[in-house]
Design a binder for this molecule. Structure first.
Ligand SMILES: Cc1cc2nc3c(=O)[nH]c(=O)nc-3n(C[C@H](O)[C@H](O)[C@H](O)COP(=O)(O)OP(=O)(O)OC[C@H]3O[C@@H](n4cnc5c(N)ncnc54)[C@H](O)[C@@H]3O)c2cc1C
Length: 406
């Protein structure tokens, strides 16, 4: 039997980031995941937004991973077929498998990775035993469960999953390219839905390498015929749910594999146990469209691996009371509450026809429009721009009065 302080079950974004953070802190850790290289699947395809990026930097791993991403620099915001803002933007595009593999590359060599499945876990307030599919056993002070949507192992520990919103949203990922031009006019674009009847939250277009990637988030039943149309004639399906998109981005084609993935929202119960702690999707699933999944992952990892685990290891035992300090951590609970609230708000603001939601839709639109107007006005009046305009006028006037031109 191998002995370690921490065994991490699952090497997706949460487990691999945790292994990198713990390994860099010199904490004895073993990572378990069946796959040597994470295979392609539709999950988050960019890291963006202030809280997410701040928390990613706080894990200490961001610097090693961001060079593998594509930064957009500017994001055009559009609605009803109109461009309402061109925002400076920090969206770092990367396919999920490449993201996980980049994080894994940042795991120090002191962390051993075993390519197998964890098949059972026996826990106690002192040491835990994890049994693997290859017959090996690992003894650890703490098991970090980062095995994502896979519920079997958690159920064996009496941890239950409760779906709070079945098929809450459907995510669709594809490559999109302009027709008859070398590139789109925009570096990246977020196009918000036009009408509630289209059941579409938004489309985000962003670069990954030399490809333009599209992520579309819709609220439909899993057997909705529109999803079949999206697979067969994707351009027509996209035109049907965002009718004015084409007039803004021009003629386009959708290439290659179209990935469609429904997501349930769920939470866990019975997880306050000695010797085991849940992070990332293993604890609760986010709504992909609300873009809070990676925020939750990085918050969990940063709080657990930089604050709680070092404290727990400093004293003997691994009681349920110790573990509870992570679940009750105010930074974590605030992030979780915000993620759940955002999931339901985005859905209602997209498809709800009630007066309150209509008002909130218009408030959002006017807010974004106002932001765009302020930015454009500020840009026009910025000293650099004004100086540039004056210099250009002087240059033109000088050219006109140059003796050779008289
Ligand atoms: C379609 C979709 C789109 C999304 N888009 C976004 C987005 O735009 N923005 C955003 O912020 N979030 C998004 N998310 C959410 C985000 O991708 C997830 O929250 C995040 O990837 C969760 O990472 P994780 O490590 O917890 O889980 P996972 O990445 O699922 O990792 C679980 C790992 O556990 C391993 N495993 C499973 N069982 C075992 C076992 N028995 N033994 C050992 N290993 C095991 C698996 O092999 C896997 O590597 C999206 C999610 C989905 C589904």
């Amino acid at each position: 039997m191998r002995h370690t302080d921490i065994v991490i079950v699952g090497g997706g974004l949460a487990g691999s980031t945790a292994a990198a953070v713990l390994g860099r802190a010199g904490i004895s850790t073993i990572l378990i995941d069946p796959h040597q290289v994470h295979s392609p699947e539709l999950r988050c395809e960019k890291i963006s937004g202030r809280p997410q990026l701040d928390r990613f930097f706080r894990t200490g791993i961001a610097e090693a991973v961001l060079p593998a991403t594509t930064l957009d620099g500017e994001n055009w915001i559009a609605r009803f077929g109109f461009l309402i803002d061109k925002k400076p933007s920090q969206q770092y595009g990367i396919m999920y498998d490449a993201l996980v593999n980049a994080v894994r590359a940042a795991i120090p060599s002191g962390v051993e990775t075993i390519h197998a499945k964890a098949t059972s876990i026996a826990t106690s307030a002192e040491r835990q035993t994890v049994t693997l599919s290859n017959g090996e056993e690992i003894s650890a002070r703490l098991v970090v469960m980062a095995n994502g949507l896979n519920v079997g192992l958690r159920e064996k520990l009496g941890i239950q999953r409760h779906v709070i919103s079945p098929c809450h949203s459907i995510s669709i990922g594809f490559d999109i390219a302009p027709v008859g031009r070398a590139a789109f006019a925009f570096p990246a674009m977020t196009y918000f839905s036009e009408r509630t009847v289209h059941r579409t939250a938004y489309l985000t277009l962003f670069p990954i390498g030399d490809r333009m990637r599209g992520n579309l988030f819709v609220y439909r039943a899993a057997d909705d015929p529109w999803l079949r149309q999206m697979r067969r004639t994707p351009e027509q399906a996209l035109d049907a749910c965002l009718p004015k998109l084409r007039r803004l981005i021009g003629d386009y084609t959708i290439n290659g594999d179209i990935k469609i993935r429904p997501a349930d929202l769920y939470v866990s119960s019975g997880y306050r146990q000695a010797g085991v702690v849940l992070i990332g999707d293993a604890f609760a699933s986010p709504c992909p469209g609300s873009g809070t999944g990676t925020d939750k992952v990085f918050t969990d990892v940063e709080r657990l691996c930089r604050v709680h685990i070092p404290n727990w290891l400093a004293t003997s035992g691994m009681s349920a009371d110790k573990i509870a300090t992570f679940y009750d951590d105010p930074v974590k609970t605030t992030c979780d509450i915000r993620a759940t609230a955002k999931a339901f708000t985005l859905r209602s603001v997209t498809i709800d026809d009630g007066l309150v939601w209509q008002a909130r839709r218009w408030a959002r639109f006017l807010g974004r429009l106002g932001e765009g107007i302020v930015r454009r006005t500020r840009d026009r009046l910025s000293p650099r721009r004004v100086t540039g305009d004056i210099m250009r006028s002087v240059a033109t006037a000088t050219t006109r009065v140059h003796p050779e031109n008289l």
